[in-house]
Structures are given as C-alpha cells and as structure tokens.
Design a protein around this ligand. Structure first.
Ligand SMILES: Nc1ncnc2c1ncn2[C@@H]1O[C@H](COP(=O)(O)OP(=O)(O)O)[C@@H](O)[C@H]1O
Ligand SMILES: [Mg+2]
Length: 253
C-alpha cells in the first residue's frame, strides 16, 4: 500500500495507557504485515522506546539545539547538516522505526529550525504505511505543525466517570487544531468488566482494552510491553483495533 501513510495520534491524560496502546498498535500492524511502521514519541515524558524495547540516543529537540548552536562540518550547509542529523536520530528496527520529538521549544526563536524539522518529518513520513504518534493531551507538536494532522485521533481514557471530562477537553483541543469530529475516537483502557463503560454521548468506543495482568507484569519486570504474549487480553484487543484501522485506511485509498 505505498502512497500516503495513515497517521494515528494517541492522546489522553497521563497514566491512561497512551504508551501501552501506541506500542501495542505498532506491534499489531507488524503482525498484520502492514510494515514499515513509524512510531513517533511526541510526549515530553518520552517512554515509547521502552515500551518497544529500543534505545533512543537523541531526540529531535536536543538535535535541533545542537545542530543550530555548533559549527557545522566544512562543505555542508546548515540545511544539509540538519537533514543528516535528522536521519541519524531515527532508530531503525525490523518492521518499525522510531523518532522521539523531545521538547517542543527551548528559549529563543526556533521558527527556522522548526520549519526544517517539519520538512524533514514530512519527507520521512512518506516512507511508511502507518504512523503512530504517542502524544500528550495538549498535542503540542501537532498544534505547532511539526507533525502533520493525523487521519485518526484516539483518545485513551479510563472507562469510568472521571474519564468523561478529559475526553471532552481533548476533543475540544483537537477541534481547535483543526481535526474533524469523525476522525476522533475513544478507546477505553484498563476495563475491569462488571460495570458497563461510561456513556460517551451514545457513541461507541472504537476499542475497549481490558485490564491485563500481563501488561502490569511487563511493567513491574521492566520488560517491553509490546512483547507480551500474542494471546494476552490487551494485545488481542489492540489487534482488533488495528484490523479496524486497516479496513478504514484501505477504504480511504
Ligand atoms: N490494559 C492495561 N492493563 C493493565 N495495566 C495497564 C494497561 N494499560 C496501561 N497499564 C498500566 O498503566 C500505567 C500507565 O500506562 P502508560 O501506557 O504508561 O500510560 P500513559 O502513556 O498514558 O502515561 C502503566 O503502569 C501500565 O503498565
Ligand atoms: Mg506515556
């Protein structure tokens, strides 16, 4: 399926399961042979790499600071140098690549630097089937345009009443940054069964991910959550979600 990649942003309040969901989605697209996948860590509390079991040496934020403050090698202009460093900060794995955005802004003017990063991101994005962005509730990098607008926004939430307000707030931010309502879907995570999930205005959540002891165990043992068994509750639920997304992406083409 070469052509335009399908981009999924995963947002939500801290601790609701954005990183868990994002990494399991990366894994599910790999299982469905929808590769290569680009994983983008756009949460300043970056930990997507841990969930995927890879190491990040440099974020785009720190690369930008460095590439604009030091001498560039002879024979290169700053533009080429940034592009070169950008490619270097990409973590390349079998089936997926990962890029960590780091902090959106330091002090000083970064317009030129950020335009250049957007350009690099835009070029990079073309190489993938699916792009998964693990992002904080404010969706800073999307709002600033460093990352393009997603085709689908997943709001990960607690299935109980306290999730409602956050869902409403994130939806509002999303609409403010120009996402269409139809592209915004809710994912309930850590569903414990028993009581039904909260009513989100009659709309169906796109997925319900059960509370999974194997996810917790991976966390306790500092093991990458994306490597829990394929039969585990959370992985099965996220695979179903990925299948739905693949069908939507194919329908769009
Ligand atoms: N479905 C799940 N079942 C059990 N524990 C979960 C599940 N989803 C997330 N967790 C746990 O909840 C915590 C927060 O998850 P995380 O994905 O890091 O959230 P976020 O990225 O939104 O801050 C972690 O300790 C994680 O192991
Ligand atoms: Mg996280």
């Amino acid at each position: 399926m070469p052509g335009k990649p399908f981009t999924i942003a995963v947002s939500g309040k801290g601790g609701t399961g954005k990183t868990t969901t994002s990494s399991l989605l990366v894994r599910a697209f790999m299982d469905l042979n929808e590769t290569p996948v680009l994983a983008v860590d756009a949460d300043p509390n970056a930990n997507l790499h841990e969930a995927l079991g890879v190491t990040v040496h440099e974020t785009l934020g720190s690369m930008r600071e460095e590439a604009f403050s030091r001498q560039i090698p002879p024979g290169m202009n700053r533009h080429d140098y940034v592009r070169f460093r950008f490619r270097q900060s990409l973590v390349e794995e079998e089936g997926f690549d990962l890029v960590a955005m780091g902090r959106p802004e330091g002090s000083g003017c970064y317009c030129f630097a950020n335009d250049l990063l957007s350009e690099c991101m835009g070029e990079l994005e073309r190489d993938y089937h699916f792009i998964i962005i693990d992002t904080e509730a404010g969706m800073e990098h999307i709002a600033r345009g460093t990352i393009g607008k997603p085709d689908l926004l997943l709001i990960v939430s607690d299935p109980g009443a306290r999730g409602l307000r956050t869902i409403a707030r994130i939806r509002e931010i999303a609409i403010q940054i120009g996402l269409e309502k139809e592209k915004i879907k809710v994912v309930f995570n850590q569903y414990k069964g028993g009581a039904a999930p909260i009513d989100i205005g009659g709309e169906e959540p796109i997925a319900i991910i059960p509370d999974d002891p194997l996810v917790e165990q991976a966390d306790l043992n500092a093991r990458p959550v994306s490597q829990i068994p394929a039969t585990s509750l959370a992985r099965v639920a996220v695979r179903k979600l990925a299948e739905k997304i693949v069908a939507t992406a194919k329908g769009r083409a």
